[in-house]
Design a protein around this ligand. Sequence first.
Ligand code: SF4
Length: 739
Amino acid sequence: MRAHVEEKIAYRTCPICEACCGLEIRMQGDQVAGIRGHAADVFSAGYVCPKGAAVKDLHEDPDRLRTPLIKRDGKFVEASWDEAFAEIERRLLPIIAAHGRDAIGLVIGNPVVHKMGLLLYFPRLAKALGSKNFFSASTLDQMPKQLSAGLMFGHWLTIPVPDIDRSDFLLMLGANPAVSNGSLWTVPDFRGRAKAMRARGGRLIVVDPRRNETAAMADQHVAIRPGADVFFLAALVHTLFEEKLVMLGRLAPHVAGVEAVREVVAPFAPEQVAARCGIDAATIRELARSLANAERGAVYGRLGTCTQEYGTLVNWLIDVANVLAGHLDEPGGAMFPKAAAFQANTMGRPGQGRGIATGRHRSRVSNAPEVFGEFPIGCLAEEIDIAGEGQVRALITIAGNPVLSAPNGARLSAALDQLDFMLSLDIYLNETSRHADVILPGTSPLEEAHYDVAFPQLAHRNYARYSKPVVPATQPAEWEILLRLTAILAGGGAKADIGALDDEFVAEDVGRMAGPQAPAVLKAVEALRGPDRLLDLALRGGPYGDMFGMKPGGLNLAKLAATPEGIDLGALEPLIPEVLRTPSGKIELAPDMLIADMARAAADLARPVPDLVIVGRRQVRSNNSWTHNLPILAKGPYRCTVEVHPRDAARHGLKHGGRARIVNANRAIEAQVEITEAMLPGVISLPHGWGHDLPGTRLSVASKRPGANLNALFDESLRDPLSGNAVLSGVPVEISAAG
Ligand code: SF4
């Protein structure tokens, strides 16, 4: 007779992508029986994509690490947590003693942003480490947007997002939200919202070299040559000036630099850029007029705009167009969210701040400027494999797989083997963590509480939502792991009392923020520990908070935890000038750095268009490279295909379903060919994050269909010089049929 297993329903924010859908998880004991969208969720209203159900596979994946591993004689052996931390202390500290703190590099991967404990506690570790050699996935896909927003609005995360539910005109570049549900724009069920916009007479236009899934549902697809977005947008802004379409409206007293922008885009008439963009001048002019004449509209750009050589200029011009067309900070336009917690531009003096700076220090080998405290991840290999004073000799990676996600993983892979010591905190033994000497397993997302620390700062609507742990913890929480590493790096030892250390950090933070009120504030949160305590502090002191009892009815963690469907905080509202943190207290429309960089673009306008270039693409059933190990996502048609236009296929002798060899300089990969009219002739596309055929990993599902690593083709030194972002789009390649 089968024992009765109690069934219960749990709610959890999906940890896989930026859309942050609310999941309803049916549990039988500690087993996940099923996952679907949480219909009552105030933010996602039951929407999920196929990846949501894959959280079950992630939780149950036998490949997911559950025990620390230590490499002994070239082989990983299981170890206790105490042994692992002792080994880290034994190996890491002598390197710091002998070579200094910059000898330890730190790499943060994208999944960190989906884990509350990791996101709130890695800064403590980074501070204790004190190394300038800090790298993250941000220089692979988003630093240009952060830099341009920081220069214009005063903070790296003051990023405007389309207010889609009230918009009637959306112009998108290098984005595919029909697949991604937004990126640097949290917008679950983009398709439903876009359909609703079109049903009320709105217009969706997609500018992209590939007729992607968003373009396929749009009113208009404008096929652009990869890398030409800077010219297209400069011409669009030029047209706004030339045709007297500039309407600053309410923002006029808050904008500086309009004339400097007018001057710098003067050489970029649509007729001048048409050939380079592959878009006729009349189309560019019509789009500028439509944008200006739209009652409620916005321009939005995403990953494809960041992975090109003028990434920062492109992302700046997107918001310049929004400002000049009168759509910034207007309902239905590009607006700023106001998150309930952790948002820097809701703290301090409203309307003015210190702004941002770059280049406070430079990388040792390439002299690349620091941006947002980090160096380009393309510099990581050279910092390890080129000897000299300040060389990186040990590395800590947290939830990152740069061997696949960064350009020229082959060089990085070889460099990692030269390290004196490497530590990875990861859920998998993957292409990067296989190089580690110690791997500490991360937790299943179902084992830890969660709050979306970052994404309400980018959401199309204000909301707050907290998820309790779904299953009991089977190992130390990730914040505890980071605190123990922090203790080791700070000299407190592997056996330090991390509870006391946490108290010490919190007391310091609260003392700084609350001054004489600090004892009362600390008392108010004394029952909490770890990320929950930090969250309660942030919520209660935040823009909707209860101010530690002074505003009864305001938000706090207890109230949020009692509402698993989340709390709707309303539509986005105009926030200028209060959201600004520039020293001038204005929107800086013409930052010196960007105006100067336009000369680089102008000099490049006449560059001949390469015969064939490659771009990446986003896929519904893929996100981070580890999603390829989840059976529910891995099944179905083979997806790591190179998409080729029929004309290119014919001239290069390629057959649908056949193999192609793709070459860039001395780097080559092979991929399966998919012939499709979706591609612009002269452009091919391969998804990224594949290439699971490297030895020494434990990814049994992914390795069965490894795919080809797009990033292996790219030169790690090719980047946007302002933001340090890698150039991963529009790179010239050759293609031929493979044997
Ligand atoms: S869209 Fe993103 S957040 Fe929503 S279910 Fe899919 S992976 Fe999860």
